[in-house]
Structures are given as structure tokens and as C-alpha cells.
Design a protein around this ligand. Structure first.
Ligand SMILES: Nc1ncnc2c1ncn2[C@@H]1O[C@H](COP(=O)(O)OP(=O)(O)OP(=O)(O)O)[C@@H](O)[C@H]1O
Length: 594
């Protein structure tokens, strides 16, 4: 590896030493599990975060009744995982379960036998050859355009097959693509291994999609190749494998990705930010056109969108030689897929043009900031906004509002000027505020808490207990902990790149979720809206927008909620919304466009 990040792992998989050095239990010299023949352990093939893989040489004849495919193989790959290894916390490795469904499908090695011997969980499988990383590394860190295009074509067909069985791989990268053993008929055939991070994207029984969610503190995969959605902790779906494949292809072709070399505690954040800030054009500036088109297509896929695999494959047609027999990588799987789709539709996919409409590009490499304003349906009430308010004029607006029976329902800031929303719908009878050079001035807040004044963002709520946190990155871990203690987020703000989050008990919610992104997370918001969540707090920094969405304990008669994004304060829009009985519920200013 040229640097550490290709093996950086999630909490699930890390670089913990596997059985041999961790537990000091020696590997057995001969292996025999279930009704398998006996194998003698030979040279080491590789080692990952979880297991170690060796060559096994068959030294006994398979039993006559054994019809296991591969039982006759003279050489096999044997993967060992120590019973105390991280992947075996719940018994047999999770990967075994995935192989039960995927073993032997197009592009996945066959598992011959699985079982336990001495201290090890052991899986005996088809023996394969070098990985694409090995090939790239042994070829002076380069690979021909034709070779990478063939890899693209075949890898897409492998992912299509895996996806059709209900799984996403979750860790697509050069190290996990292996070729067949050198000198055999399969030496040009591509395989995808390491199914330890594979997850279901749909229930194959019911056909139902797994539920969308975002947990920004959960990361699974490999930092260098992970999709932006994976970085942000969104539920894995088909688009993520394709995005990782796109990065894999560009890496093999260019030898480097623009986000390599970051180090330190917030490396994941910086890599993700760089991925968002890199346009497909600049990522692929030294690559032939189809690679850019592929990147552009995959980064725009929606959570539940069915990728058009055949169309992706056909993008690379012009680069690979016309005769499949002399290609550097076998593309049989892809040929079959194109043929099947062509048959089904009565025409070949190359002519496909139905969804060629230009899609909105989400990664333009030009960050921009906007106002995000959220409107809720309310009974007619008095609401007022002030914006571009300097510190000195704040008091004046607030006391005028208070005189008219209005209280602050929302505040936001933009370049040291304040935006202030005041209305008659807060349900408050008294309010205090402080303008302070400290971001959440502790002493003052404590004093107010003593007097039963709580930090508010939501109209009409009687909080019972509060807690808050100021941090340099979005404090999802802390929020998650507070959720478990019965608190809900009731206010949020940012100052520079710092976040402040206030949580309260008795917040009037029954559930709450977060949407966090480097741009306005419209897909997430729409999915949450469909499930009954409404935005209850917003905040944004120069890098990210965060929205808190909640399900209220008591449903309002009218659940209408609208959001707006504008580069100037939405003064005109607010009036239009008022006319429709939609009132500003929350407002923030920050990064919403990538
Ligand atoms: N069937 C096989 N034939 C030949 N080599 C293999 C085979 N399976 C795995 N290997 C080699 O062993 C290495 C580790 O295998 P694998 O990736 O399955 O283990 P892991 O512990 O789950 O790894 P990771 O940390 O990447 O998740 C691979 O990178 C590859 O070099």
C-alpha cells in the first residue's frame, strides 16, 4: 500500500491483528472439516483485517458421496478467522451467511466447505490469483486504458448479479477484485471477494427495499473508495457500489485519487468534503470521456434508483477492442447482460436514449451558501422578520416585538448580521436573551435555567430539562446518546465551523432523525417527510447543512411544511408564504450547494 488510507476501516472492521499474531494459536497443518477431503496448508495468499488466507493442497480423495462442487480441486484457498476475532463476536463469521446466497454466482468464488477446526472458523473456497491492486502495483503503478475499460465492463456485470440477489458489496476496491489463478483458463476472469461488509438492499422474499436512514457516526468501508453517502452514514444501496467502482477505475487509470494523503482524526470528513468538491470533469480530466460519464451517472443516483447497468457497460464499448476473445479481461458476463437486456426490450441497449435527459449536477466543485428557510402551516398569526440586523439594533427590534406581544421564534446569522423571526405563536409569556461573545455562554445559561428559562427554537414547547454541546464537528454521537436518554434536539446553531446543539426533555416529539450533507439533502428530506417527519431545527456551516426532523407527539391538523433555498434573505417569499398561512419555523444560512 502506498499510504494508510486504503485499509482504513470502520468500527466493524479494523486493522486488529488476526488470529495468528493476536491469539498465538498456531494454524492447523492439515485441514479437514465436515465431509471435506483433507488439505495440507501451503503458502500464505493474503491477510485482511479479519482473516488470513492460505493455499490448501488436497492430500486425500473426496468421499464418493461428496457431490460438493470443487471437491476435486487440488488447490484451494482457505480462509481462517480466529474464534475471538472481531468478525466472530456472534459465532460464525457474518460473511458465511452472505456466501450462502452468493457463492458461485457470476464473479463470486465458490465456497466448497465451511466449518470449525480447533480455534478457527474455516472456509474452503476456489483458489484465485492476484488482485487488481497487485497487478497495478507490479506494473509500475499503471494500467492500460483498455484493461481498465474491460474491468469496468465486467465489474458492472458482477455488481448487477450481486445486486439482483439482494446484496450490495459495501467495500468495492482494487484489493477486493481478484483475477483467476495464473496459467489457468480463468486467468483473465474477474472475481469480487470479501463479502464481510455486504448488506441487503432489499428483502429478496418480499422484494421490499430496506428502510432509508442516516447515522452520521457510522462508517463502513474503505475511506479512499467509499461513496459520499457511505461517509455520511446513509444506508447502503446499489449506487454506493457503483460510486466505489468509479473511484476504483479512476485510481487504476490515474494511479491516484485527489483525496489521498489526508491524515489525522478528521481524515474521513476531509476526504468526503474533497469528494464532494471534486467535479466529475476534474476527477477524470486525464481519462477518456466514458469514465467521466460513468462518474457523473453514478454520483447522481438516488437511494432506491435502479442503476441502468447495461447502459453503463455500453459507455465503455468504444474503448475496448471489438473482439471479446482477445481482450485483456474476460467480459463474458457483460456480454450476456447486454444481450439479455437487449432481448427483453426487443432492441439493443446501445440505442438506449430514454433517460438521457440532463440531470441536475450535484458536484460542481463550486461551493455556495444559501438561506434555508422552513415554513409550517399555522392558524393565522402575527409574524415578523428582521434581517441584516447589526448587534446594536437587535435590542430595539426585540423590545418593539415584545411590546406587540411577539417573541423570538428563530434566529440565524450571516456575516455577523442577524436574522430574527418574532411571532405570536410561540406560546411564551416571557423571554430573555443575551448577546455574547461566547458561543453558548455557560454562566448566563445556567443562571436562566435556574429561573426556568430554557433555550428555545420551537414555538409552544415546555421543556423539562436541557443539555447542550458545542463541538468542532457535527456531534451526532452525542445526539445519539442523548436520544437514548429521552432528550430531543430542540435548537441548533453554528458559529464559524463550530456546532452548538441543544437537547431537551419533554420536547413533544416521539422520534427524531438527522440529515447531514455537504449540500441541501433534498432526497433525505423528502424520504423523511413521506415517513411523517418534519424539520424542527436547522443549522449550517460553510461546509455542511444539518437538519433535524422529528415526529411530533401531537400531530398538527395541517402538516404542510415547505422549505426554500435562496441566496438572499427570502423577504419577498416570506410574504407570499404568509398569504398561504405558512409561517417561518426555522431559518439558517450556510453551505447548501457543492
Ligand atoms: N479465494 C482466494 N484466492 C486467492 N487469494 C485470496 C482468496 N481470497 C482472499 N485472498 C487473498 O487474501 C486477502 C484477504 O482476504 P479477504 O479480503 O477475504 O480477507 P478479509 O480479512 O476479510 O480482508 P479485509 O480486511 O480486506 O476485509 C485478499 O486480499 C487476497 O489477496
Amino acid at each position: 500500500m502506498d499510504d494508510g488510507d486504503s485499509v482504513a476501516r470502520s468500527a466493524d472492521k479494523d486493522d486488529a491483528p488476526p488470529g495468528d499474531d493476536g491469539s498465538s494459536t498456531p494454524l492447523p497443518e492439515t485441514i479437514q472439516i465436515g465431509n471435506s477431503p483433507t488439505y495440507k496448508l501451503d503458502r500464505k495468499l493474503g491477510k485482511g483485517g479479519f482473516g488470513q488466507v492460505y493455499v490448501g493442497r488436497r492430500i486425500s480423495t473426496p468421499s464418493l458421496s461428496d457431490r460438493t462442487p470443487g471437491a476435486n480441486a487440488l488447490e484451494v484457498a482457505i480462509k481462517f478467522e480466529h474464534r475471538t476475532s472481531k468478525g466472530c463476536n456472534y459465532g460464525a463469521p457474518y460473511e458465511w451467511q452472505v456466501y450462502n446466497t452468493l457463492s458461485g454466482i457470476h464473479g463470486v468464488p465458490r465456497v466448497h466447505y465451511k466449518g470449525k477446526q480447533s480455534e478457527y472458523y474455516i472456509m474452503i473456497m476456489d483458489m484465485l490469483g492476484p488482485s487488481l491492486w497487485d497487478v497495478w502495483n507490479n506494473n509500475s503503478h499503471s494500467m492500460s486504458v483498455e484493461m481498465v475499460a474491460c474491468i469496468a465492463i465486467e465489474a458492472i456485470s458482477i455488481l448487477e448479479k450481486m445486486h439482483s440477489k439482494g446484496y450490495v458489496h459495501g467495500d468495492v476496491k482494487p484489493e477486493n477484485f481478484l483475477l483467476g489463478p495464473p496459467g489457468t483458463l480463468q486467468e483473465k476472469k474477474l472475481f469480487l471477494v470479501d463479502l464481510g461488509l455486504a448488506t441487503k438492499w432489499k428483502d429478496t422474499g418480499t422484494g421490499e427495499l430496506v428502510e432509508y436512514d442516516q447515522r452520521p457516526d457510522v462508517f463502513r468501508g474503505t475511506v479512499r473508495y467509499a461513496s459520499v453517502h457511505a461517509h455520511l452514514g446513509r444506508t447502503g444501496s446499489r449506487r454506493d457500489d457503483l460510486e466505489s467502482l468509479a473511484y476504483t477505475l479512476v485510481f487504476l487509470l490515474r494511479g491516484r485519487l485527489p483525496w489521498q494523503g489526508y491524515q489525522g482524526e478528521n481524515k474521513g470528513f476531509l476526504v468526503c468534503k474533497k469528494k464532494m468538491a471534486t467535479s466529475p470533469e476534474s476527477l477524470c480530466c486525464f481519462c477518456p470521456q466514458p469514465f467521466r460519464q460513468f462518474v457523473e451517472y453514478v454520483v447522481n443516483l438516488k437511494f432506491d434508483e435502479e442503476p441502468n447497468y447495461a447502459k453503463c457497460i455500453s459507455l465503455f464499448d468504444g474503448i475496448v477492442g471489438p473482439n471479446p476473445d482477445i481482450r485483456p479481461i474476460n467480459t463474458d458476463g457483460a456480454q450476456k447482460l447486454i444481450y439479455q437486456v437487449g432481448q427483453k426490450r426487443g432492441r439493443l441497449m446501445m440505442e438506449e436514449d430514454d433517460d438521457d435527459q440532463p440531470k441536475k449536477k450535484i458536484r460542481m466543485g463550486m461551493p455556495a451558501t444559501q438561506w434555508v428557510s422552513v415554513y409550517n402551516a399555522r392558524r393565522p398569526m402575527k409574524q415578523r422578520y428582521h434581517y441584516n440586523v447589526a448587534d446594536g439594533r437587535l435590542a430595539q427590534h426585540i423590545s418593539k416585538g415584545n411590546e406587540d406581544g411577539l417573541f423570538i421564534s428563530s434566529v440565524a446569522s450571516c456575516s455577523n448580521l442577524w436574522a430574527l423571526i418574532m411571532d405570536a405563536g410561540t406560546g411564551f409569556t416571557s423571554q430573555v436573551y443575551e448577546l455574547s461573545p461566547y458561543f453558548l455562554h455557560k454562566e448566563w445559561i445556567m443562571e436562566q435555567w435556574e429561573k426556568n428559562f430554557y433555550i428555545t427554537a420551537l414555538a409552544g414547547t415546555q421543556y423539562a430539562q436541557q443539555s447542550y454541546k458545542v463541538s468542532d464537528s457535527f456531534p451526532f454521537k452525542w445526539i445519539n446518546k442523548k436520544w437514548k436518554e429521552g432528550f430531543y434536539v430542540t435548537a441548533m446553531a453554528t458559529a464559524g465551523s463550530r456546532w452548538a446543539v441543544v437537547v431537551s426533555r419533554n420536547a413533544g416529539f416521539v422520534d427524531q432523525v438527522v440529515e447531514l450533507d455537504f449540500l441541501y439533502p433534498s432526497e433525505g428530506v423528502h424520504r423523511r417527510w413521506d415517513n411523517g417527519y418534519r424539520i424542527t431545527a436547522t443549522a449550517a456551516t460553510w461546509d455542511q447543512t444539518a437538519l433535524i426532523l422529528s415526529i411530533p407527539r401531537r400531530k398538527p391538523a395541517d402538516e404542510t411544511q415547505e422549505t426554500l433555498r435562496t441566496s438572499a434573505f427570502p423577504s419577498q417569499h416570506v410574504k407570499e408564504k404568509w398569504a398561504k398561512n405558512l409561517y417561518l419555523a426555522s431559518i439558517c444560512y450556510g453551505r447548501t450547494v457543492s
